[in-house]
Design a binder for this molecule. Structure first.
Ligand code: UDX
Ligand code: ADP
Length: 459
């Protein structure tokens, strides 16, 4: 089958950039991205590209050149399903907040709704591609819904997990380390592989069975998160012993068996994937009675929680054991640089801890607006909306955010933070002025020369 029309359900951080890059490299395929969220679709269609719902370097340019040529955004889900030979499911799969598996398992209700929607409206054979990260054997559920729907049509299910990282999504999609396609039908696999072959070298396209593909995605994220928790655990030891975590990371990273990437000690990993996927892995292991496997991976999350808590505890302790009524300037709210995504950002949890101690938080993030910060805090449900408004303000200038602050907490590694006039910031802060660098982006000696008391992770 030659694919001429693709539908992608879910216009989010995965669906949007992935389809944009497929559209850019396959001018002869029409792609429609659909979403139940009409505001999101309207934002994707906005002529003002600064209003796109997702900020990713390089994305606006692709949207500009392909939108309404072979890339469309729509809320008409049924028409897009019907017109397409291939349907990507790119909806979110958050950790369950209710019922069995609460706090651990992935909530598959959005996936199931998509499968039911496809089964109901399809009037031709379809290839259905799982793009969202899913627990192993989810394809079984999708298959069962599609095949038992009474539909006369044939559905082939493929697993094609996305390995892009936010902030570098476009580059990751253009130059992937590998593309993974799991499936049962060679013909369906070939159809999807042909789409990627228009820009990805053949040897980087890996095919496996469905279950290996699903499990590989969870495993990749678990391994990546494990590296961060590993170096973060060493960072605590460094602070006690006088070792420097950056030097340790460099020394071990030069061992080619270990490798140098993903060894930056930090205030803790965030993002929509790592925690969710590990919890999911733990839940699956437990459900098979594999308690040692579950405990092993759970420790990665526990270490990450410890790291965030440790950061705020150190700040409070250093500020003479009280931050009550003190202004703490926070640089960065996104979970990493070059994204406006804040899901599971360490900043949310550190702010929560500091608010418990009655601090006044003043935030500056180049891409995250005030209302998003408030929504993140309200979602925690630890205090009222009014209390969050009263405790956390935002500024459109970093200098305003840090004026009269007792301490600066650096939560995100935005490059612009390194270029600030730190002498001016120091002059405008209360003395002694402290920096708690949760990303190790500033030079300790330079900051100390200015007069700051500087604390980083693992030094
Ligand atoms: C991750 C995976 O990298 C990607 O392959 C998968 O598709 C989705 O999950 P993402 O969460 O977007 O991507 O970003 P990533 O770059 O992996 O960073 C995750 C978190 O770890 C961020 O908070 C980041 O700041 C932190 N991190 C990363 C560190 O603290 N230290 C590091 O060395 C690397
Ligand atoms: P991800 O990071 O996995 O891309 P997002 O939350 O950014 O997650 O995007 C998922 C998108 O999927 C959201 O915009 C949401 O509105 C959309 N969505 C969820 N369920 C459905 C559905 N049944 N039909 C269409 N869109 C859906």
């Amino acid at each position: 089958m030659k694919i001429k029309n693709i539908c992608c359900i879910g216009a989010g951080y995965v669906g949007g950039p992935t389809m944009a890059v497929i559209a850019k490299n396959n001018p002869n395929i029409n792609i429609t991205i659909v979403d139940i969220n009409a505001d999101r679709i309207a934002a994707w269609n906005d002529s003002d590209l600064s209003k796109l719902p997702i900020f990713e370097p390089g994305l606006a340019e692709i949207i500009k050149s392909n939108r309404n040529k072979n890339l469309f955004f729509s809320t008409d889900i049924n028409t897009a399903i019907n017109n397409s030979e291939m349907i990507f499911i790119s909806v979110h799969t958050p950790t369950k907040t209710y019922g069995k598996g609460k706090g651990m398992a992935s909530d598959l209700k959005y996936i199931e709704l998509c499968a039911r929607n496809i089964a109901e409206v399809a009037k031709t054979d379809k290839i259905v591609v799982e793009k969202s990260t899913l627990p192993v054997r989810t394809a079984e559920t999708i298959k069962s819904i599609l095949h038992n729907s009474g539909s006369d049509f044939k559905f082939d299910i493929l697993s094609n997990p996305e390995f892009l990282a936010e902030g570098t999504a476009v580059n990751d999609l253009l130059n992937p380390d590998r593309v993974l396609i799991g499936g049962e039908s060679d013909e369906a696999i070939e159809c999807l592989a042909n789409i990627y072959k228009s820009w990805v070298p053949q040897e980087k396209i890996l095919t496996t069975n469905l279950w290996s593909s699903e499990l590989s995605k969870l495993t990749a994220n678990a391994f990546l998160a494990q590296r961060i928790s590993s170096i973060n655990s060493i960072s605590e030891l460094c602070e006690q012993t006088g070792a420097n975590v950056n030097e340790v990371a460099k020394a071990i990273g030069m061992d080619s068996r270990i490798g140098s990437k993903f060894l930056h000690a930090s205030v803790g990993f965030g993002g929509s994937c790592f925690q969710k996927d590990i919890l999911n892995l733990v839940y699956i292991a437990k459900s098979y009675g594999l308690n040692e496997v579950a405990d092993y991976w759970e420790q990665v999350i526990l270490m990450n929680d410890h790291q965030k808590r440790r950061f705020s505890d150190r700040l409070i302790k250093t500020l003479y054991n009280t931050v009550s009524g003190k202004k703490i300037g926070m640089l960065g709210w996104a979970f990493k640089k070059d994204t406006n995504d804040t899901r599971e950002s360490a900043a949310i949890y550190v702010t929560d801890h500091l608010l418990n101690e009655q601090a006044n938080i003043s935030v500056y993030d180049p891409k995250v607006p005030h209302n998003k910060i408030q929504t993140d805090l309200n979602y925690l449900n630890t205090r009222t909306e009014d209390e969050n408004e009263a405790g956390v303000s935002t500024s459109s200038s970093p200098y305003d955010a840090l004026k009269d602050a007792h301490a600066v907490a650096i939560m995100t590694e935005w490059d612009e933070f390194k270029t600030y006039d730190w002498k001016k910031i120091y002059a405008d802060m209360k003395k002694p002025a402290f920096i708690f660098d949760g990303r190790n982006i500033l030079e300790k000696s330079e900051m100390e020369k200015i007069g700051f008391e500087y604390y980083s992770i693992g030094q």
